[in-house]
Design a protein around this ligand. Structure first.
Ligand code: NAD
Length: 248
C-alpha cells in the first residue's frame, strides 16, 4: 500500500503546475484525491488517473463551504491556489493588494476553516499551505505584494499549527524557489522586454537558484506527499524551504 493509503486529500488549484503534480503524487501514494480548480477544464482529465475532480473558485466563500461538505472526510488539505503579482511598493495598486490578499491569504483561511471541524471531530488531519521562499524568508525584487502575502501564509500556518497541535492536526507550509510551471512562463513573457529577450528573462529566473536550474513541479509535490504522510508526524508549524539553494 502507498504512504497515503486510506487518506482523502483535497487540493486547490490542481489544474496545472504544483497543485496538479501534488494531486497526481498523492494519488500515486494511494490517497483518494479531490482535485479542484477554478477552471474545471483543467482538472477534468484527471479522472482517467482515478482522481475525483470538481470546479472550485476559492474566492467564492459559499462554494468553499459547499465543496468541503460535498467532499466528506478530508484528511489532507493542500491549499495551493495563489497568484504572483510582479510589482514594487510604488507600482502596487489598491486592486492588486485586495486581489492578492483575497487569493493568497484569505482563501487559505476559508478553506482551512471549512475542513477543520471534521479534522477536530476525527482527532487528526494535515493542512499544507503554499507559501514561497519569497516571503518572510527572503525578499525578491519586484515581488513587494507577493512576498507580503506569502509571509502572511507562514503566520497563518503557524497559528493553525499552534491552535491544534494537541488535537492531532498538523499544519505546515512550503517555501519553494522558482518552479517550472505554466504561470512562470507568463511571468517570463512579461519580463522579456525589460530583460531584452524571452531567453534573458528565463535565464534571470534560472540564475537565482544556486543549482543553476528551476525546480520541477514533481520535486515540490514530493514535499507535499512527505508532509501529508506518516513519516512527518512530528513536523508541524514549519515553513520548509525547497529552493535549489536560492536562500543559501
Ligand atoms: P500556476 O500559477 O501555473 O497555476 C495556478 C492554478 O490556479 C491554475 O490552474 C488556475 O486556474 C488556478 N486558480 C487561479 N485562481 C484560482 C481560484 N480563485 N480558485 C481556484 N483555482 C484558481 O501554478 P504554480 O506556478 O504551480 O503555483 C501554484 C502555487 O505555488 C501558487 O500559490 C504560487 O504562488 C506558488 N509558488 C509557485 C512558484 C513558482 O515558481 N511557480 C514558486 C513558489 C510558490
Amino acid at each position: 500500500p502507498g504512504r497515503l493509503a486510506g487518506k482523502r486529500a483535497l487540493v486547490t488549484a490542481a489544474g496545472q503546475g504544483i497543485g496538479r503534480a501534488a494531486a497526481l503524487a498523492m494519488a500515486a501514494e494511494g490517497a483518494t484525491v479531490i482535485a479542484t480548480d477554478r477552471d474545471a477544464r483543467k482538472v477534468g482529465d484527471l479522472a482517467v488517473r482515478g482522481i475525483l475532480h470538481q470546479p472550485l473558485d476559492v474566492l467564492d466563500d459559499a462554494a468553499v463551504e459547499r465543496a468541503a461538505k460535498q467532499a466528506g472526510q478530508i484528511d489532507v488539505l493542500f491549499n495551493c491556489a495563489g497568484f504572483v503579482h510582479q510589482n514594487t511598493i510604488l507600482t502596487c495598486t489598491d486592486d492588486d493588494w485586495d486581489v492578492a490578499f483575497a487569493l493568497n491569504v484569505r482563501a487559505m483561511w476559508k478553506m482551512a476553516r471549512a475542513v477543520l471541524p471534521g479534522m477536530i471531530e476525527r482527532g487528526g488531519g494535515v493542512i499544507v499551505n503554499m507559501a514561497s521562499a519569497c516571503s518572510s524568508v527572503k525578499g525578491a525584487p519586484n515581488r513587494f505584494l507577493y512576498g507580503t502575502t506569502k509571509a502572511a501564509v507562514i503566520g497563518l500556518t503557524k497559528s493553525i499549527a499552534t491552535e491544534y497541535v494537541a488535537q492531532g492536526i498538523r499544519c505546515n507550509c512550503l517555501c519553494p524557489g522558482t518552479v517550472d510551471t505554466p504561470s512562470l512562463h507568463d511571468r517570463i513573457a512579461a519580463n522579456a522586454t525589460a530583460a531584452g529577450s524571452v531567453e534573458a528573462a528565463h535565464a534571470a529566473f534560472v540564475a537565482r537558484q544556486a543549482m543553476g536550474r528551476l525546480a520541477t513541479a514533481e520535486e515540490i509535490a514530493g514535499l507535499v506527499v512527505y508532509l501529508a504522510a506518516p513519516e512527518s508526524t512530528f513536523v508541524t508549524g514549519q515553513a520548509i524551504v525547497i529552493d535549489g539553494g536560492w536562500t543559501l
